[in-house]
Design a protein. Structure first.
Length: 443
């Protein structure tokens, strides 16, 4: 069912129910008022006839005289009258009045049946006379039906007109949706720019805002996919070329030369594997993938796992840990990402510092955040290099090894989980990499 028909059904049904209840109440009240008005007409006519008869000269004509008509008695059309003496003798009556005596039912209003006809009568006792006025029930019902129909017809027409207006009003109200649908239908599949619809109602603005947010997320996902594809092609091109060249050298050589070529090919494969792992991890961090299943990790476990991953790295023994944590603290970052971030900082420090210089890992709590400071004794970075160091695939000119993704991964992790990565010159030369992680609420 279309939205327009659904709204018409709901609004139209509501209008029909409400108007029907109101009409039934009004028509019922009108029917009672008409009945009261007709009865009041009978009573007023009886009093009027009694007053006129009292002014006529006596004696009044007997029932053998010619009957008086309604005009002579001052009655309205359709009313009948009978005047009796207290002894029961009919003194005056209208021609259409039945021969039966109606006064015998007593004073007040009564409904009586005379033959096949039903009568509504009112009897008034005035001194020596009984004055009875009456009209036929079927004529009263005909009059009531005509009044009710006259009153109900405008209600029915108004209800029908309301339904028609509701139908066109709903169509007019839904026209912005049709405009939005047309705008979306005309868009190119690759057009992810925000939707712009002029004169959009306030009720639809949240929908368009949500659509634009969805387009923005899709555009970001496509950009990540394109960037991953470009980065993978960029990162794999050189190692694959090196592997191919070394394998060709190994095929054309023998002895130590072939062995050396195979070792160099293996080194290129290791470099390619490491680069791919880093690239995939960066793509996962920048995407909407859920890492919460990895759980949170304590600061001590974080340092221990990161050092364990580097146990096979050259110069691992040079890492010195300075732990100023006085209690067990946990960080609000998934364990796998926190460990990978610290491992990348330590690996960079080992890679870029001299072989005979230590690398310091300092751990403390600062401003309700865990501080992990990795300090090396290398050549350090200039202010311009520090600004670029967090970009992907950035390497120093003096040390071209590595994938250039380590700091980019750490930066992506801190941005996603509210941390901070700060690079600055060490006091004694070298570089300080300060990694801040927010503490977990449940410590």
């Amino acid at each position: 069912m279309s939205l327009r028909k659904r709204l018409l059904l709901i609004l139209g049904g509501t209008f029909i129910v409400l108007w029907s209840l109101a009409a039934l109440w009004l028509l019922g009240d009108l029917r009672r008022e008409v009945t009261v008005a007709l009865d009041e007409r009978l009573a007023s006519s009886a009093r009027m006839v009694a007053g006129l008869l009292e002014q006529l000269p006596q004696p009044l004509p007997s029932h053998n005289s010619s009957p008086l008509n309604a005009v002579e008695l001052g009655l309205q059309g359709g009313l009948m009258c009978q005047v009796r003496s207290l002894r029961g003798e009919v003194l005056v009556r209208t021609p259409n009045m039945p021969q039966a005596t109606l006064a015998e039912y007593g004073e007040g209003f009564h409904e009586v049946s005379i033959g096949d006809e039903r009568w509504r009568s009112f009897t008034l006792k005035r001194k020596h006379l009984w004055v009875t006025t009456a009209d036929r029930v079927d004529e009263r019902e005909t009059l009531q039906s005509a009044i009710l129909i006259a009153a109900a017809l405008p209600v029915a027409l108004a209800l029908l007109g309301s339904l028609v207006l509701i139908w066109f009003g709903i169509g007019r109200g839904l026209s912005p949706l049709q405009t939005l649908r047309s705008v979306l239908a005309q868009r190119d599949a690759e057009d992810l720019q925000p939707v712009q619809v002029p004169r959009l109602p306030k009720d639809l603005q949240p929908l368009v805002t949500t659509l634009n947010q969805l387009f923005a997320r899709i555009a970001a996902a496509l950009n990540r996919e394109r960037r991953f594809t470009n980065d993978a092609a960029h990162e794999l091109r050189t190692p694959l070329t090196a592997v191919k060249i070394h394998l060709q050298v190994a095929q054309m050589s023998s002895g130590d030369v072939a062995q050396k070529a195979l070792q160099q090919a293996e080194t290129a494969v290791d470099r390619m594997q490491s680069g791919l792992e880093q690239l995939l991890l960066l793509a996962r961090v920048e995407s909407a993938q859920d890492f919460e299943k990895d759980g949170q990790v304590s600061a001590q476990s974080l340092a221990r796992d990161a050092l364990a991953d580097l146990i096979a790295a050259p110069g691992y023994q040079r890492i010195e840990v300075v732990n100023e944590l006085t209690s067990e603290v946990a960080v609000a970052v998934p364990a796998s990402l926190a460990v990978a971030s610290l491992r990348n900082l330590l690996d960079n420090a080992l890679r870029y510092s001299p072989a005979d210089c230590p690398v310091e890992l300092y751990m403390a709590v600062e401003n309700q955040r865990l501080l992990l400071r990795v300090r090396d004794a290398g050549a350090g970075l200039s202010a311009a290099d520090i600004e670029q160091a967090k970009q992907r695939f950035w390497r120093t000119a003096s040390t071209p090894s590595g994938s250039g993704l380590g700091l980019a991964i750490v930066q992506a992790v801190t941005e996603r989980y509210g941390g901070e990565l700060r690079l600055q010159a060490a006091p004694s030369g070298g570089l300080d990499a300060l990694l801040y992680f927010p503490l977990s609420a449940a410590r």
